[in-house]
Design a protein around this ligand. Structure first.
Ligand code: HEC
Ligand code: HEC
Ligand code: HEC
Ligand code: HEC
Length: 203
């Protein structure tokens, strides 16, 4: 009996420490936790504004890559280098007359040109403002430079379309599966050409 009375405060302490441990390990996104030099747990409340780090492309942590289906290229256009590796790159802003005549830029076109997004020397790559070259399967990084809010929503599945198990592998549609990168405002991507019958003459 006596030992039980003595043990009671001890049990209580153990229980309290356990509860404290639970609280400390349940991560709150709005709190920063660390141990000071004496080993004491310090919890600092952060306001929402403090948690929102300013978007700086050059300080960007390398994004994880997202599984995406094949980029929606027109038949036969990729790799671009099949033509461009033998051509002299022309960074001049102009109306294209020899090829790509269907591409007319209506996307903040006053501020930029093709080669702000397409790398001038290696046409098989896209280019970020930092100068970093990315693959077409990562074009969301390009869009995310200016449409940071939509990019954030896309990553968590609020904007765009994500398929797969809720807790398993997911596949994301690229921004360009839904938006024409050259003319996003007025119409969606042009429909794919119909499949060619085997044996049919190629243009
Ligand atoms: C806002 C960035 C941006 C600008 C500016 C831009 N492009 Fe693109 N372009 C893209 C992206 C992203 C794709 C990839 C689409 C895809 O994955 O199918 C693309 C695709 C293409 C394609 C392949 C189209 C197809 O039918 O599959 C060609 C050709 C092209 N761009 C040429 C140009 C030319 C020429 C210009 C300038 C008149 C230009 N682009 C301006 C981002 C841009
Ligand atoms: C069948 C050949 C061919 C393919 C494939 C091709 N291009 Fe082109 N591209 C051309 C020609 C020809 C021009 C020059 C058009 C003009 O000056 O009127 C051009 C011009 C461009 C330009 C303007 C800048 C420059 O150097 O003249 C961009 C940007 C461009 N192409 C991007 C692409 C991209 C991106 C792809 C792949 C998705 C691609 N091209 C695939 C033939 C091609
Ligand atoms: C350099 C900055 C920049 C980049 C990179 C960029 N955009 Fe834009 N985007 C703009 C601006 C500015 C506008 C509004 C003005 C306009 O449409 O001309 C716009 C407009 C849009 C709109 C239309 C919004 C409306 O008013 O309906 C869509 C959709 C869009 N962008 C998608 C994309 C996609 C997809 C990509 C990647 C291929 C991309 N943007 C890359 C700057 C950018
Ligand atoms: C599954 C198709 C789909 C995908 C993928 C998608 N979008 Fe959209 N997006 C839409 C539709 C539909 C709208 C118009 C309705 C709306 O505002 O939500 C839209 C609207 C927008 C607008 C204009 C919003 C406004 O405020 O006027 C921008 C900018 C945009 N998307 C950028 C992006 C970017 C950047 C990505 C990739 C990170 C992306 N979208 C991926 C379908 C898509």
């Amino acid at each position: 009996m006596k030992t039980l009375i003595l043990a009671r405060p001890l049990l209580l302490t153990v229980a309290l420490v356990f509860v404290q441990f639970l609280v400390a390990t349940t991560c709150h996104a709005d709190r920063e936790k660390f141990f000071d030099s004496s080993g004491k747990l310090i919890v600092v409340e952060k306001s929402a504004a403090e948690l929102l780090r300013p978007y700086e492309i050059k300080n960007r942590k390398s994004e994880k890559t997202f599984p995406v289906p094949r980029p929606p290229f027109s038949e036969g256009i990729f790799p671009c280098s099949q033509c461009h590796s033998g051509m002299t790159p022309n960074p001049q802003r102009r109306v294209l007359t020899d090829y790509h005549t269907e591409i007319v830029l209506h996307h903040a076109e006053g501020q930029r040109w093709c080669t702000d997004c397409h790398n001038l020397l290696d046409r098989d790559k896209l280019r970020l403002v930092s100068g970093e070259l990315i693959d077409f399967s990562e074009s969301y990084l390009l869009c995310g430079q200016c449409h940071g809010d939509k990019f954030r929503d896309w990553k968590v599945g609020v904007h765009g379309k994500r398929t797969g198990d809720w807790n398993g592998d997911k596949q994301y549609l690229l921004c360009v599966h839904c938006h024409n990168p050259h003319d996003p405002k007025f119409k969606s991507l042009k429909p794919m050409p119909p499949p060619q019958r085997p044996g049919e003459a190629k243009h």
